[in-house]
Ligand binder design. Structure first.
Ligand code: HAM
Length: 435
């Protein structure tokens, strides 16, 4: 047999039914819809409004926004050119949202913009469980407020989504990165601290020490982690205003009863953050432990051409990782929805009538399925069962003559004769109980 095309490694199809892809369950399309609907519901409670930006963005936007030295920009972009235009498949949505905010002068809508999104992102990472090349994020961006309450609200919103799924066993890690001046001072201090240990560092870490020393803070190498114990801590290099902002934020989280762990080494893999940075972890994710992450990015607007900073804070979450955490806690997710009725035809004439009846019932608002392969009655009944239809509507020569169908409630096996003209009303009514 010829082999047919396969999807690209690190991407996956979402099918009507759940299936297994390399040892990880890919949930059904209905499960994805359920997750998206729950996210939308929580977003609406925070009065966040949806924004949809293109999958394709100018490469320069991502390079400037996310940062030239980040892994995302230096190694993981799916970028290409057409004529003079440089395109990138968006690796994240914060920079595109800020682009849209500036481009469309969304500040003129007044007040704070609470925006949310759900959609695919693309990063050329090494695929593994919880890490894909096409993955899906939901997230929210609060644009226009400097107040630490905006930071606290974004964190509360993020946690509210996980709570809506019954996921409580999560850890919020929190840090402050200070203002634009704090990090250069800290980077110098880190470089000075590590200089005598250069020989002990891996080649990657040696390179990072020169280009982006903050990246050393999330090293996985045991020896390097031990060195970190004595390393300077970012908090000691932070400007007083950022420190005050951080203290206020912690107080607000305490007010809301939100537990957090302060992590002075949390720096995040994107360059646009100032002040607040946070990550949400789940013990169920293994190596890819981050369910979601975010922070404040008041200077991103300037990178994108604005004369003025635009205070903003947001988070984004991986939907695939949410599914992994849900599976670990045994949460049942919906499968394909059954039709309200499955129409069974006996003979050609009945099949022709059933074809017309199906459209009439659908026009009346019912979900209706039927056979298109001319199969036997037994095969049609089997199909109705497989689809979990609560009713089958059986029509043969006798029923055509009497203009009455045999309606069988699949659960109880009870059968009733129902006039063709009354079918829609009958099928919409309650399934009769066993007597
Ligand atoms: P991020 O930490 O790069 O932040 O991504 C957010 C979340 O997306 C991660 O915590 C993870 O759940 C998921 N994710 C990232 N990469 C992958 C991947 N390759 N496969 C599967 N899931 C992945 C951002 O994207 C920022 N835009 C967050 C933000 C919003 N900051 C401010 N506003």
């Amino acid at each position: 047999m010829k082999t047919t095309f396969q999807n690209i490694t690190g991407t996956f199809d979402i099918l009507p039914d759940t299936y297994d892809a390399d040892g990880t369950a890919v949930p059904s399309a209905a499960a994805w819809q359920h997750v998206e609907a729950t996210v939308r519901d929580v977003m609406a409670r925070f009065h966040a409004q949806e924004i949809r930006t293109p999958i394709l963005e100018p490469t320069e936007l991502v390079a400037r926004g996310v940062g030239m030295l980040t892994d995302i920009v230096s190694k993981e972009m799916f970028a290409f050119e057409r004529g003079d235009v440089h395109y990138v498949l968006r690796p994240e949505v914060t920079a595109p949202v800020m682009r849209a905010y500036l481009q469309h002068r969304l500040d003129q809508r007044g007040g704070v913009q609470r925006l949310y999104y759900i959609g695919p992102c693309f990063r050329a990472e090494r695929p593994q469980k919880g890490r894909y090349r096409q993955f899906h994020q939901f997230g929210a961006e609060l644009i226009g407020a400097e107040d630490a309450r905006a930071d606290a609200e974004v964190i509360a919103l993020m946690l509210a989504v996980y709570r809506a799924f019954g996921l409580e066993a999560v850890t919020l890690r929190l840090n402050t990165l200070g203002d634009a001046g704090s990090r250069p001072r800290y980077k110098e201090a880190l470089q000075a601290y590590f200089a005598p240990y250069t020989a002990d560092l891996s080649e990657t870490s040696r390179r990072r020490l020169q280009t982006n020393p903050l990246r050393l803070l999330d090293t996985k190498d045991e020896k390097e982690r031990r060195l970190l114990d004595g390393a300077p801590v970012l908090l000691d290099f932070i400007d007083p205003e950022s420190r005050a902002h951080y203290e206020t934020l912690k107080g607000l989280l305490d007010d809301l009863g939100i537990a957090y762990v302060e992590d002075p080494f949390l720096v995040r893999g994107l360059d646009y953050y100032t002040r607040t940075a946070f990550e949400l972890e789940s013990p169920d994710l293994g190596a890819q432990s981050a369910l979601a992450g975010g922070g404040r990015y008041d200077l991103l607007a300037c990178e994108l051409g604005s004369d003025e900073p635009v205070p903003a804070v947001g988070f984004a979450a991986g939907i695939e990782r949410l599914f992994i955490a849900l599976a670990a806690q045994g949460t049942a997710l919906p499968g394909p929805a059954p039709p309200d009725a499955f129409l069974v035809a006996l003979g050609d004439e009945a099949a022709r009538y059933v074809f017309r009846l199906a459209q009439e019932l659908r026009a009346a608002g019912l979900r209706v399925a039927f056979d298109l392969k001319g199969r036997s009655m037994k095969a049609q009944m089997r199909e109705a069962n497989r689809q979990n239809a609560p009713y089958t509507v059986i029509i043969g020569q006798d029923e055509l003559a009497a203009r009455r169908a045999q309606v069988k409630a699949m659960d109880t096996g009870m059968q009733a004769g129902v006039a063709f003209d009354d079918l829609a009303a009958y099928l919409k009514g309650p399934v009769p109980a066993r007597t």
